[in-house]
Design a protein around this ligand. Structure first.
Ligand SMILES: *[C@@H]1O[C@H](CO)[C@@H](O)[C@H](O)[C@H]1NC(C)=O
Ligand SMILES: *[C@@H]1O[C@H](CO)[C@@H](O)[C@H](O)[C@H]1NC(C)=O
Ligand SMILES: *[C@@H]1O[C@H](CO)[C@@H](O)[C@H](O)[C@H]1NC(C)=O
Length: 429
């Protein structure tokens, strides 16, 4: 008995070893064999860069982002690198990115062989150094004590969130200077917004952005035509308890705006920076918590709802109006991660269709496994419950919406709602 055990243990171990070696070799050769796999290219040293693409008249959109490491982050560095790889590798749109000097080579290597411009600005080692937040370190430390979610947040994170309007405006200005050309539109996007592999390349699509902006502009009341508009996604409209919200109540603590993506023309971006820091400073001077950008954005949406176009993934008008009950299958994973639905929504038609096929086939693949599982258990009655219209369902487009129209819906604030009085003018900060 003992002898046999002695012999068996090492041989099992050996089998384990050789399996592991086999898996590693397979993995390495997979990466070598597949030059398009950029998933782990950050492990290799930065390679020499391919010929830079000359921007054409069609490249009219700039993406701006930033990546600053936090001492206590919800996500690991490896996770961020995987997400940044999904962003910087495939997206063929000029990108302007703020990061620290230490991380610049990492970010550059994640761009891989993508020939589109990636400009990395390492002027700031922390977003607490940007001019609008300069000298606020102690104040932010104090503000931390006012945060109802203080266990999960911190002053560095507040600064990362509140730096976005500055980074977007500056990134656009710097890129215009550096690339020697104007951009029609620029958008802030959180660096970790591409959680999964995707089919987007020329993203966001120029014509789609124009179409969305034209739609929301035409929904505005006469008289506001001259004002520039910003585009940003929402998660859910605010509850009726915010109907009486007024400016002096400070940031609106609810999951309304998303904060991951915002942009428009250079003029609208300039305005966004001015209004954002004007309210940020005003509230802070009154001892009101402004650490979380989402809630400060919500307040500005209440005050200026005619200036924002939006996309609402859960819009019930899209979900229920359609014929023959074909529905947007959100929970079935057929729109991917719904927080990032705006990515699909702003892609070109062909890139959207490719993504839809990929979601549909992975969901169908999952269904096959379940079918096999139920068959194995002999539970054939479960198989009969499978929706006969399944193949017609899937991700759908929602309408482009004016923020004011959403807020005036009967089940939100109602048509009688008055836009709150605004007393804090936008100032250059
Ligand atoms: C720009 O876009 C138009 C229309 O999509 C296309 O016909 C043209 O070839 C493009 N030009 C360049 C330089 O890519
Ligand atoms: C980096 O960004 C800052 C702020 O926009 C700007 O002042 C600086 O000139 C930029 N650096 C480079 C090298 O462009
Ligand atoms: C959906 O229905 C509402 C009310 O029934 C209507 O106002 C709206 O225009 C419809 N939307 C579409 C896309 O048909």
């Amino acid at each position: 008995m003992l002898r046999r055990l002695h012999i068996r243990v090492p041989s099992t171990l050996c089998l384990g070893c050789s399996l592991l070696v086999f898996i590693i070799i397979t993995y390495v050769s997979y990466n070598v064999a597949n030059p398009f796999s950029t998933a782990f290219s950050w492990l290799t040293s930065p390679t020499t860069h391919s010929q830079q693409y000359q921007l054409s008249q069609n490249d009219t959109i700039l993406l701006v982002s930033a990546f600053f490491p936090l001492s206590h982050s919800k996500h690991s560095m490896g996770q961020y690198k995987a997400w940044l790889t999904n962003f910087l590798g495939p997206i063929r749109t000029p990108i302007y990115m703020y990061t620290t000097p230490e991380l610049a080579p990492v970010i550059q290597s994640l761009r891989g062989s993508n020939p589109y411009p990636l400009t990395i600005n390492t002027t700031f080692t922390s977003p607490l150094e940007i001019p609008p937040l300069d000298g606020m370190r102690d104040m932010y430390q104090e503000m931390w004590g006012w945060d109802r979610e203080r266990d999960r947040h911190g002053p560095d994170l507040y600064a990362v969130w509140n730096g976005k309007p500055y980074f977007l405006d500056e990134g656009l200005k710097n890129a215009i200077r550096e690339h020697g050309r104007e951009y029609e539109h620029a958008f802030w996007i959180d660096g970790g917004s591409f959680r999964d592999a995707h089919t987007y390349v020329h993203w966001p699509d120029r014509e789609r952005v124009q179409e969305v902006l034209d739609t929301v502009k035409s929904a505005r009341a006469p008289g506001s035509e001259g004002e520039e508009m910003l585009l940003l996604p929402i998660w859910f409209p605010p509850g009726g308890n915010f109907r009486e919200w007024s400016e002096d109540m400070g940031p609106a603590d609810t999951e309304f705006s998303e904060g991951s993506f915002i942009g428009g023309t250079a003029a609208s971006i300039r305005w966004w920076r001015e209004i954002y820091y004007s309210y940020h400073n005003e509230y802070l001077s009154r001892g009101i918590f402004v650490g979380k950008d989402q809630t400060l954005i919500n307040a500005i949406l209440f005050l200026y709802p005619e200036r924002f176009g939006t996309v609402w993934v859960h819009d019930p008008r899209t979900l229920t109006n359609s014929t023959t009950e074909i529905q947007m299958d959100l929970d079935g994973g057929r729109c991917g991660n719904t927080w990032y639905y705006f990515e699909w929504w702003l892609a070109s038609q062909s890139e959207r269709e490719a993504m839809k096929r990929s979601w549909d086939s992975s969901v169908a693949g999952g269904q096959r496994w379940w079918k096999a599982f139920w068959l194995l258990l002999g539970r054939t009655e479960v198989l009969k419950q499978i929706d006969p219209q399944y193949n017609q369902k899937g991700c759908l487009m929602t309408d482009a919406l004016l923020m004011e129209s959403i807020l005036r819906r009967d089940d939100v604030f109602g048509s009688q709602w008055q836009i709150p009085t605004r007393t804090v003018p936008p100032q250059p900060i």
